[in-house]
Design a protein around this ligand. Structure first.
Ligand SMILES: Nc1ncnc2c1ncn2[C@@H]1O[C@H](COP(=O)(O)OP(=O)(O)O)[C@@H](O)[C@H]1O
Ligand SMILES: [Mg+2]
Length: 356
């Protein structure tokens, strides 16, 4: 799996025993700088360049799987690939994930399931979010809970009593924080490890309240964000000048914006008449102590736990989700979530299967 942060390829070795899922090990392999640079230009590449990139990424994904697997014997691989274009609003709607699965199947001699999003779109859905189906599988059996992933952007699923109530993007996640680090240091700092800088800064609460008036936050789900919406342009519009001296305060304000947008989304859009008691957090943002503290502060009444508590390391959840998607596809079971993607034509089996 690699998400919008493009921090690298996260591989997880997952075993399904009985009804549950266990992550045996996992690791994120950073993209080599040259590959990352090509990915950054993906929308402007020529067709031959894009084709080469697809195969180069296939090799990188295969290498990540090979390294992680060690001597384990794999039944199958699920690969999300790297999204280089997502156009749910286009006519016809379309999406493109790169990381050629034939290369993965060949290098590992293992059945590979990939390209999950297109079928959901062909069935009238937005092709995203896909992970809520896995959230329901893992966490949907108990009382109503919020399952939050803080990746490049943040998204939440409300699951419980065997069902999924809603799933949507709440707003910013790590991408804005990463972009602030890069912009203020001219690329020297890629991220704020542990949220250390943010915790030294002071958040401007009035400004954050003004930013929370953005119409996206008030829109009712289902809704999803274009990854550029809370991107570098947004950062420069609202937080210039970006200098090293101002960085801690900017990171503190962005963290507060993230925490408040999540907390208010839970307040507003949680299932009516149901009481949420717990939030389960995953994604790189779960490692940001400052952000997690702010979230805890704003979510009083909800207990906050990392997904690690349930056997799924925070960084591995989305990768584990695509292992599950692959397993479901290979078992002939539907693995999309029409409630979340709006796939009006109903449940579908997502994923293309490449034999070993
Ligand atoms: N130790 C850490 N401290 C703070 N932030 C972290 C840490 N580890 C990862 N992150 C943040 O998480 C991001 C990656 O999160 P991830 O869940 O992989 O997102 P995506 O799904 O978009 O790839 C990084 O870009 C970084 O901002
Ligand atoms: Mg990632």
């Amino acid at each position: 799996m690699s998400g919008t942060s493009m921090d690298g390829i996260t591989a997880a070795l997952v075993i399904f025993d009985g009804e549950g899922v266990r992550v045996l090990r996992h690791r994120t392999y950073p993209y080599p700088p040259k590959l990352l640079e090509r990915l950054g230009r993906a929308a402007r590449l020529t067709t031959p360049e894009l084709s080469r990139l697809n195969f180069a990424l296939g090799e990188a994904f295969a290498e990540a799987a090979l390294k992680l697997k060690g001597r384990a014997k794999l039944d199958a691989i699920g690969s999300h690939g790297q999204t280089v274009w997502h156009g749910p609003g286009d006519e016809p709607r379309n999406t493109l994930q790169l990381g050629e699965p034939s290369v993965i199947a060949e290098r590992l001699r293992t059945t590979t399931v990939a390209d999950f999003r297109p079928r959901d779109m062909a069935a009238g859905g937005e092709g995203a979010p896909l992970v809520p189906a896995f959230d329901r599988f893992c966490f949907g059996g108990g009382p109503p809970r919020a399952v939050l992933n803080i990746g490049g952007i943040s998204n939440v699923s409300f699951v419980g009593k065997g069902r999924l109530w809603a799933a949507f993007d709440t707003g910013p996640g790590n991408s804005l924080l990463d972009a602030a680090c890069r912009a203020a240091t001219r690329g020297r700092l890629e991220m704020d490890q542990g949220g250390r800088l943010a915790s030294q800064g002071r958040a401007d609460r009035d400004k954050v309240e003004r930013l929370l008036e953005d119409p996206y936050f008030n829109r009712k789900p289902p809704k999803s964000l274009d990854k550029g919406y809370f991107g570098e342009g947004y950062l420069r519009r609202h937080f210039a000048p970006l200098s090293p001296a101002r960085l801690p305060d900017i990171l503190a304000s962005l963290s507060l914006l993230t925490a408040l947008s999540i907390a208010r989304a839970c307040g507003r859009f949680a299932p009516k008449g149901e009481r949420l008691l717990e939030m389960i957090v995953s994604g790189g943002g779960a490692k940001n102590k400052c952000l997690m503290e702010m979230l805890r502060e704003e979510l009083r009444g909800l207990s906050l736990h990392r997904s690690d508590r349930y056997g799924i390391p925070a960084m591995a959840k989305e990768a584990a989700a695509f292992a599950w998607m692959a397993r479901e596809a290979l078992s002939g079971r539907s693995n999309n979530c029409p409630e979340a993607t709006g796939a009006g034509r109903g449940p579908r089996i997502l994923g293309k299967i490449i034999p070993p």
